[in-house]
Design a protein around this ligand. Structure first.
Ligand code: F0G
Length: 435
């Protein structure tokens, strides 16, 4: 039995050929996922094969996504796969961050080390591979930055035309610069992320363009490898918790699917609990998971947060993410702008750094420890989703005491580190260094 697309809705579970251009179920409108036959080889053989590939010079083996290709077996031919050597991201210890959160230890899986600076690369190499297989010539996405940079790079590398839609005025400048340099047709639209995504879904259908937002099930397949690589790096010992930021909830869906499938394959013996963290002003998933009625998500019509990557009020993947949080006995937390900003500065002081959305993880872990949900001695991995060099203006403002929350109030900045100005005088410079 080959790989197929399956509707995730229990009452439907319709199946479709893997080569159909579909983003949601034509019968019931549910989300789709890639499903595979059960593998026959024992877990130890997969582990050995994947470990051995780390010494190979073949492009596919050097990719931290395609090295695990049997775990995302939707392709039958790898000849046209384009890899920029995505994945291969480090696990980093942050002792200062652990102390800040009230934990004995925290480890960061830093997806910001990817070729275009975020976890999107893990998913995009797969989405673009599927676009090529389907014979598509143009690909599109809406983005607040990282998706656009990633899609532009992978599409151009594969000879496809990237078309990106951005909420006007709400994109990090460095990300826009990447998209332009990678040759994307760039359209800035005067609407928010959720509104543009709804329209781009129609544009994609009408114009025959392949959509590469995380509603695309092949993006999710690629993002599964973040968890596979994590387990491989930990010699297949699962942590107690995996903490991640939640925006459109693609990662929550991908991580949960990966962990469940790893357990089915016998690669791990238990599931870590997922802790999804949202920003207070854009927390529809938090509200859903804390309400008595989980049948419907109430979108936030005007989502607000300075963490632009998670400024999403109507996350498309919520049904998948809800299933994964429930399966893993997970939790959903929300954090304030000041909590995100301070946590980000603490991650910076560990010599690690990340973008604001990623720092929601540490802020969330701290809150969950304080609430007694995460115990001090538990083994916690936080996934930093993006590179420090996004949102530079945010960083400068924080450290100079000029950062303001979306609704106005100034963020005090407990870990402020202001650049100093000194006259061109030896004594003055020496006296500044002494203080
Ligand atoms: N972290 C970063 C750095 C992101 O760029 C995003 C999403 C998220 C977290 C949220 O992840 O959707 O899987 O819950 N960025 C999108 C973009 C919006 O356009 O780049 P999710």
């Amino acid at each position: 039995m080959p790989a197929e697309l399956a509707c995730i809705e229990e009452r439907c579970r319709a199946r479709f050929p893997i080569t159909e251009v579909l983003y949601s179920c034509p019968h019931c409108g549910g989300l789709l996922e890639a499903v595979y036959p059960r593998p026959e080889r024992p877990a130890a053989e997969w582990k050995a094969l994947w470990r051995e590939r780390r010494t190979s010079n073949a492009a596919l083996d050097q990719s931290g996504v395609w090295r695990y290709r049997e775990f995302l077996g939707f392709l039958d031919d790898y000849a046209r796969v384009v890899s920029l050597r995505e994945g291969n991201t480090p696990l980093l210890d942050g002792p200062l961050a652990a102390e800040y959160a009230g934990l004995d230890r925290i480890t960061f899986k830093h997806q910001g080390f990817n070729p275009t600076g975020s976890f999107k690369d893990n998913g995009m190499t797969c989405g673009v591979a599927q676009a090529l297989r389907l014979g598509m010539t143009r690909v599109a996405c809406v983005s607040t930055g990282n998706t656009s940079a990633s899609m532009a790079a992978y599409a151009s590398a594969a000879g496809l035309k990237p078309i990106i839609f951005l909420p006007a005025g709400n994109i990090a400048f460095g990300k826009l610069a990447q998209a332009l340099d990678y040759g994307a047709l760039t359209l800035q639209v005067d609407a928010n992320f959720d509104q543009i995504l709804a329209m781009v879904r129609q544009v994609a259908e009408r114009a025959g363009i392949y959509l590469l937002n995380s509603i695309n099930p092949f993006r999710i397949e690629g993002q599964k490898t973040i968890m596979v690589e994590l387990m491989d790096q930990r010699d297949w010992t699962p942590p107690d918790w995996v903490v991640l930021p939640g925006g459109n909830l693609g990662n929550a869906s991908a991580f949960g699917k990966a962990l469940r499938e790893m357990r089915q394959w016998g690669l791990i013996d238990r599931l870590p609990r997922l802790a999804v963290v949202q920003a207070e002003g854009s927390a529809p998933f938090y509200e859903l998971m804390h309400s008595s009625d989980r049948s419907r998500l109430n979108p936030v019509t005007r989502p607000e947060t300075l963490a632009t990557a998670i400024r999403i009020g109507d996350p498309v993947s919520w049904p998948k993410a809800m299933h994964e949080v429930e399966c893993s006995r997970g939790v959903v937390e929300k954090v304030s702008e000041a909590e995100i900003a301070d946590a980000k500065a603490v991650i910076g002081r560990c010599g690690i750094g990340c973008e604001p959305a990623s720092a929601a993880t540490l802020a969330g872990a701290r809150k969950l420890v304080a609430a007694g949900v995460i115990r001090r001695d538990e083994d916690v991995v936080a996934v930093l989703t993006g590179n420090l060099l996004k949102d530079q203006d945010y960083i400068y403002r924080y450290h100079t005491g000029k950062l303001q929350g979306p609704s106005g109030p100034e963020i005090p900045g407990r870990f402020r580190n202001e650049p100093l100005f000194v006259p061109y005088l030896l004594e003055a410079i020496i006296s500044k260094i002494k203080t």
